[in-house]
Ligand binder design. Structure first.
Ligand SMILES: Nc1ncnc2c1ncn2[C@@H]1O[C@H](COP(=O)(O)OP(=O)(O)OP(=O)(O)O)[C@@H](O)[C@H]1O
Length: 213
């Protein structure tokens, strides 16, 4: 089980972004995190996956291996998550040996491995990022607005592929999304991130009133 307890994060300007976030995620479980833009959901994902240090709190999971990290992040913008100068084969091999069966499951033709990232569509490149994530054999995945930039058909295909895979391999999946309908469809439990964020006080609200006409 992944157990996140009372996680807090403070920005370099000393403003607390979120406070006391507690989430538990079992292997094989799908949990959603919803909340408006700018609340700190991506920052939370980066802290949980070790890209940023936590201010305070605890992240505990049964860590069977040191590397690759047992909690992997799938980013919102795949083109920013791969080295543009690497062919797709190298992008995938960063995570481990290529698994032909996994490529077939994700409908990735072998021919794509010779291409560079800019020679794939956004949806195709996101499937590569998902494959790279799965090649690390993660215990938990955080999918941060993973399909936001795709059309509804490509979105549905990707969610079908990943939810089948995580259920079969008993991977815990945390989905961050603004799309409440998507979360309602896929998740056993949904956490509203708003509860962990302090509303702006009256002074900071006033700072935004300078452009009233
Ligand atoms: N290093 C930083 N320095 C200053 N402010 C930052 C830094 N990193 C993030 N922020 C601010 O923290 C807030 C939260 O950003 P974050 O990307 O985590 O939000 P989010 O909830 O994921 O938003 P969205 O749903 O739009 O992706 C934003 O206001 C952002 O500008």
């Amino acid at each position: 089980m992944l157990e996140i307890t009372n996680l807090s994060f403070t920005l370099p300007n000393q403003q607390t972004l979120f406070r006391n976030v507690s989430v538990t995620l079992h292997q094989g479980e799908i949990v959603g995190i919803s909340g408006a833009s700018g609340l700190g959901k991506t920052t939370f994902a980066k802290v949980v996956t070790g890209y940023l240090p936590a201010g305070s709190g605890e992240i505990n999971c049964k860590r069977l291996k040191i590397t690759p990290h047992p909690i992997q992040l799938i980013w919102q913008h795949p083109e920013q998550a791969v080295n543009p100068k690497w062919r797709i084969r190298k992008v995938l091999e960063e995570a481990g040996p290529i698994d032909q069966e996994l490529l077939e499951e994700l409908q990735i033709p072998f021919e794509w491995l010779q291409r560079y990232p800019h020679q794939l569509s956004g949806g195709q490149l996101q499937r590569i990022c998902i494959a790279r994530c799965l090649l690390t054999h993660p215990s938990y995945i955080i999918a941060d607005e993973m399909t936001t930039m795709l059309d509804p058909i490509a979105q549905a295909e990707i969610w079908q592929l990943i939810t089948n895979h995580v259920q079969e391999k008993k991977i815990g999946l945390l989905i961050i999304s603004h799309d409440r309908l998507l979360l309602d469809n896929l998740c056993e439990k949904i956490i509203d991130f708003t509860q962990y964020v302090k509303p702006l006080d009256d002074n900071s609200r006033n700072k935004h009133e300078g452009v009233r006409t």
